[in-house]
Design a protein around this ligand. Structure first.
Ligand code: ADP
Ligand code: MG
Length: 238
């Protein structure tokens, strides 16, 4: 069952069309990675799914609902950004709780949910700390916790690892993969790093200049690249 679909999605800024008809069906629980060079339209696609950018034409469907006209907070999504915007003046717990600010859960239910998420992320002992007393990886986990706490149908990640050093990046890839196996929500993950895409994705969406070049499993795009660009992009040493 698809729980996210993009139907002939286009985006223009002024007179310049930057996305030229994106089509994709994502199954419930799938880990999808959008990959492609800088400027190819990955973030714009993600921002249209999130409702942060207006759709020029086409449709975004989440669950069974066409969401083009819904505000971000009315969509069953949560987003983790590259600069992971967590609040420096708030404790870890308050930062995670922020993800529930428009939730209808009772105070007790919210408390339980925050503890559950902190447990999954191994952050219970850190709940009272401020972000400046955390490592880069821990801060990244807080941002993920804030997204997770809502249990969204779809998680959106926009290059969440690109500001981390190489070692931490590799570690966080594994953590996010494990997290996905544990919680099972659909993930749409954007990166310009083909190694990240190949190691994390169930299916990869390879983009160039606002067009999808190929959609397939890592093995498919590696062994049966649709064109020379895909072959070069996936095969290129990182
Ligand atoms: P990526 O995330 O793959 O690097 P983006 O989605 O950010 O690419 O950008 C796709 C294209 O749209 C680029 O050419 C970029 O310059 C353009 N673009 C993105 N945001 C805006 C904007 N707010 N106004 C005008 N052009 C934009
Ligand atoms: Mg981007």
């Amino acid at each position: 069952m698809a729980n996210l679909a993009l139907r002939n999605l286009t985006k223009a800024f002024g007179n310049t069309e930057v996305l030229h008809g994106i089509n994709l069906e994502v199954a419930d629980g799938e880990f999808i990675v959008f990959v492609g060079p800088s400027g190819c339209g990955k973030s714009t696609t993600l921002r249209m799914i999130a409702g942060l950018e207006e759709v020029t034409s086409g449709e975004v469907i989440i669950g069974d609902k066409a969401v083009n006209n819904l505000e971000p907070k009315e969509r069953d999504i949560a987003m983790v950004f590259q600069n992971y915007a967590i609040y420096p003046h708030m404790s870890v717990k308050k930062n995670i709780a922020f993800g529930l600010r428009s939730s209808k859960l009772s105070k007790e239910e919210k408390e339980a949910r925050i503890l559950e998420v902190a447990g999954i992320l191994d952050m219970v002992p850190l709940l009272d700390r401020k972000p400046n007393a955390l490592s880069g990886g821990q801060r990244q986990r807080v941002a993920i916790g804030r997204a997770m706490v809502r249990d969204p149908a779809v998680f959106l990640f926009d290059e969440p690892l690109s500001n981390l050093d190489a070692q931490l990046r590799t570690q966080m890839r594994l953590e996010i993969k494990k997290l996905h196996q544990r919680v099972g929500n659909t993930i749409v993950f954007v990166t310009h790093d083909q190694v990240e895409a190949m190691t994390m994705a169930d299916r990869i969406v390879i983009m160039k200049d606002g067009h999808i070049q190929q959609i397939g499993t890592p093995a498919e795009v590696y062994h049966q690249p649709a064109n020379a660009f895909v072959a070069q992009f996936i095969g290129a040493p990182s």
